[in-house]
Write a new protein. Structure first.
Length: 242
């Protein structure tokens, strides 16, 4: 075993999954495939529809779409319990409907309640900004994206201040309550764009779980994908040699 000492310089192969039960999964696959960030040894970007597929990935994206429909399909296909287990132990990123599913509780839920994975200590309000017709874009400050500001062209140059992220909100939730010990707020909607006129969290991180209320996969700015990949890579590194 002489040469198996793990070095941070050796990228471990990463396999990323995108939950593909419903919603904007192919857009995430495209963003992952084209993200120009630091080079990760990304061996697979695969759709996840079964527990067997979920078992093969190092990190999972739960896309935007309809959280109630995704929960229903996951239950019917025997994927619900594996998803609960995965999202509590492995890197997971929920966008929009994914943010709703990861929450512990939600208001504006379907009559009779809706099933949530409950992997983040958050309460979300669904459809905070109204219907599809009320969709909008707004610039967010997200200091966590600073490491990914520099274009991955190999160019040297001073790091600019964090470039605002132009976020697309479509029937989006916001986090209205959270456990501030466990959950880190990464970005807030500016008060001017918020119905409550106070800044409200729209990107949060709890351990290996990331949730964004907006849709980075619908933009050409792949810094959130790079941020998530860096989480997955860090988790893989901490696991030691494969
Ligand atoms: N764009 C979206 O993902 C909308 C999410 C939807 N409002 C839900 O709660 O499932």
């Amino acid at each position: 075993m002489a040469s198996t000492a793990f070095s941070n310089a050796e990228p471990r192969p990463l396999s990323l999954g995108v939950l593909a039960l419903q919603g904007a999964f192919s857009e995430h696959q495209y963003s992952l495939a084209t993200q120009p960030g630091p080079v990760y040894h990304l061996t697979a970007i695969q759709t996840v529809r079964t527990a067997a597929e979920l078992a093969t990935v190092d990190g999972l994206i739960i896309p935007g779409g309809e959280s109630t429909t995704m929960a229903l399909i996951a239950e019917r296909s025997g994927l619900w319990e594996p998803l609960v287990e995965f999202t509590r132990t492995k890197p997971t990123w929920g966008t929009c409907a994914g943010m709703v599913l990861l929450a512990q509780t939600a208001s504006g839920a379907k009559r009779g309640g809706q099933k949530l994975l409950g992997s983040m200590a958050t309460h979300v309000q669904r459809n905070r900004f109204g219907s599809q017709l009320d969709s909008f874009e707004v610039e967010l400050d997200a200091p966590c994206l600073a490491p990914f500001d520099r274009p991955a062209t190999g160019e040297e140059g001073p790091l600019v201040d964090v470039i605002p992220f132009r976020a697309v909100f479509i029937r989006a939730p916001v986090v209205t309550e959270w456990d501030s010990v466990l959950v880190q707020v990464l970005a807030e909607i500016p008060p001017s764009a918020s119905p409550s006129t106070v800044a409200e969290p729209v990107a949060v991180l709890q351990g290996l779980c990331l949730a964004t209320a907006f849709h980075p996969e619908l933009t050409q700015d792949h810094r959130w994908h790079q941020f998530f990949l860096s989480l997955v890579a860090r988790q893989q590194t901490s696991l030691g040699p494969s």
